[in-house]
Design a protein around this ligand. Structure first.
Ligand code: ZN
Length: 247
């Protein structure tokens, strides 16, 4: 169960571990959480961070769940993709990493996409990997669900992460203001009730319809500013001659 040697933290002859066990060294690892609304480029950033880390000769493990591609990989809207390990709510992330070490593979850092879907316990496991095994963790996820409440994983990451950063790519509401909230749209109307479903943030999904004996309606998501989320206004109001646009 000894982590495989890593050269990443070595800064001089005295710091080279005899056994390669990073746990004997104070080299700080950290848990960093990047968050934002849909479409803000989180997965793209996740793959960029992975690229930057691997260029340093470090070895990473990519984790996700419910990626938009429907496959065990991290994919971004700009076309990048990499294979990843699919998590479920019952996955113990510590065991996942230790299994890699047992196989002689290095894991210097983790990239965790769709981190909003982590359970609180899994975020605690990530923190333990950082503190006890000096694995760097970079997590990426949505801030709030369609009810404007923090996701479970997001909340625990806010509580435990060393560094929390809002992704700086701005997503605009249809009105042109920054959009920070995700709206769930069913049958052309914004809905505020219902389960937080574990699906990719933009994957087509179905929800039970309001009636019609369980007829299912397509669900989509749209990023809105706070005002238009509160009003449930999904676009400009059609205006006729002499009417004022309600904005
Ligand atoms: Zn707006």
């Amino acid at each position: 169960m000894t982590p495989h040697p890593t050269s990443a933290a070595a800064t001089g002859p005295d710091s080279v571990p005899a056994s390669g066990d990073r746990r004997r060294h104070p080299a700080p690892a950290s848990l960093v959480f990047f968050h934002g609304p849909m479409d803000c480029g989180k997965s793209t950033l996740a793959l960029q961070v992975d690229h930057n880390q691997s260029r340093q000769g470090r070895h990473g493990l990519l984790l996700t769940q419910g990626d938009r591609s429907g496959a065990p990989q991290i994919s971004s809207r700009v076309g990048l993709r990499r294979d990843a390990v699919e998590l479920s709510a019952g996955t113990d992330v510590r065991l996942l990493v230790r299994d890699r070490w047992a196989l002689g593979q290095r894991v210097d850092y983790l990239i965790v996409d769709e981190a909003q879907f982590l359970t609180g316990a899994q975020v605690e496991q990530l923190a333990e990997l950082v503190d006890e095994s000096h694995v760097d963790v970079y997590a990426f996820g949505l801030t709030t669900d369609f009810r404007t409440r923090l996701f479970e994983g997001t909340q625990r990451l806010f509580e435990l992460a060393d560094d929390v950063q809002r992704v700086q790519v701005q997503v605009l509401c249809w009105c042109g203001l920054p959009g920070l909230l995700n709206a769930r749209v069913v049958g052309g109307a914004l809905v505020r009730e219902g389960a937080t479903v574990v699906v990719a943030d933009t994957a087509p999904a179905l929800a039970p319809g309001p009636g019609e004996g369980g007829v299912e309606e397509a669900v989509r998501y749209q990023v809105l500013c706070r005002r238009h989320h509160a009003r449930g206004q999904l676009g400009p109001t059609p205006t006729g001659p002499g009417q004022l646009a309600l904005r």
